[in-house]
Design a protein around this ligand. Structure first.
Ligand code: GLA
Length: 385
């Protein structure tokens, strides 16, 4: 972590021939369970991980925003106040989106220069984009000497991604990047945005992230289509139960499924069944974690994967075969795709003493295991001049 921050700070000094005023470091995340439930007001259980995006920044006297990406080795800039969603440098869209939202909420954006770098693999389902947004926002808060409310900050970054980047994501990734807690997953209620830390460490077990190697472009994927199918499902549920208060799909429980099956078309019904059963699995997982019951947690992970594969249809052959390999490897309690799907990573719970055997089995499939630590949310680091 510190090494990445030092690398980006050193690059800043070289590129801009000065020292940064602030350095922010924002984590990626792994979602333990609760997939495609955030944008329907449901429950999710993500954890921040020790993979980050770092932004080092300094105010300038001019009225330009200029940034250097250590990883892409390119520079992007724009005049303050002129944020172009079609900017030729793609990573800069996330920066411009955050600045544009900051201005829309009445904050002053000064001219500044920055360097950015990270160690979260892009397109692996570990939320490098939310981490970038959160690192930029937190650096700006540092430059302006303000500290926003955590939920407002997460919502601002979500709007940047929805309205500026064009990806209609939910709130999970931005909220966990902001509010993550070391050694804990956060049970997030995506209706009220309340969060509850849940100790995610099970003695003798480890959480593993396996990068399937298949990359996905989220904006181009079917993600936005799944959202609209969920909206159709909500409309059907409201029509079927006019006397119930249904704010979102989270207010529909599995006892309503038989009646819904009669009136929904098959695809919409399966989307609905995934969301409803997944919300229930999140709460069961929290309960099992609190009881230190690794086998039950593992079973729920497999069930979640099946539901995402068959009902929500966001898996792909690489993710399925990684989960299949894991299910045949001794010591693995459970595994599922994590993040939006269509490629990216699998999260697994396994006995710690079997990790070398698991890593070997996974390597043979071309995928890659990384061991992760559950880390804190975004922070500003001390800058030593
Ligand atoms: C992406 C989105 C999240 C969430 C997940 C699926 O990571 O950014 O808001 O919807 O997909 O659970």
């Amino acid at each position: 972590m510190i090494e990445l921050a030092a690398r980006v700070s050193n690059s800043f000094r070289k590129t801009w021939s000065t020292t940064p005023d602030v350095v922010s470091i924002a984590p990626g995340r792994v979602n333990l369970i609760g997939e495609h439930t955030d944008y329907t007001g449901g429950f999710v259980l993500p954890a921040a991980i020790d993979r980050h995006i770092v932004v080092a920044a300094k105010r300038t006297n001019g009225s330009k925003v200029t940034g250097y990406s250590v990883d892409f080795d390119n520079i992007a800039n724009c005049p303050v106040g002129e944020y172009d969603p079609e900017h030729p440098v793609e990573w800069f869209h996330y920066v411009a989106g955050v600045l544009s939202e900051l201005e829309r909420t009445g904050h002053f954006v000064p001219g500044f220069c920055f360097s950015v770098g990270g160690d979260i693999p892009i397109g692996a389902g570990l939320s490098s984009s939310a981490a970038l947004e959160m690192a930029v926002l937190t650096a700006l808060e540092g430059l302006l000497g303000i500290r926003m409310d955590d939920r407002e900050a997460a919502l601002l970054c979500q709007r940047a991604e929805n309205d500026f980047v064009g990806m209609n994501c939910g709130i999970m990734d931005q909220l966990i990047s902001r509010m993550g807690q070391r050694d804990h997953a956060l049970l997030i209620d995506c209706t009220s945005l309340s969060v509850e830390p849940v100790d995610a460490n099970l003695p003798g077990y480890s959480w593993l992230v396996i990068d399937s190697g298949k990359r996905r472009g989220l904006v181009d994927s079917e993600y936005n289509q799944r959202r609209s199918e969920c909206e159709q499902a909500l409309a059907v549920a409201r029509t079927l139960f006019p006397n119930r208060e249904i704010r979102n799909l989270r207010d529909v429980s599995s006892d309503a499924l038989p009646a819904l099956r009669q009136v929904c078309d098959d695809k919409v019904y399966r989307r609905l069944r995934h969301v409803i059963t997944e919300n229930e699995r999140v709460l069961k997982t929290v309960d099992a974690l609190r009881r230190r019951d690794a086998e039950t947690v593992g079973r729920l992970l497999y069930q979640s994967h099946e539901s995402l594969r068959d009902d929500f249809e966001v898996s792909c052959k690489e993710l399925d075969s990684t989960v299949e390999t894991l299910s045949q490897t001794p010591g693995v309690s459970g595994a599922r795709l994590t993040g939006a799907g269509f490629g990216g990573a699998v999260v697994a719970l396994a006995r710690t003493n079997t990790i070398p055997v698991i890593a070997k089995a996974i390597k043979e499939t071309g995928a890659q295991v990384f061991s992760i630590k559950i880390d804190d949310g975004v922070r500003l680091l001390e800058v030593h001049r």
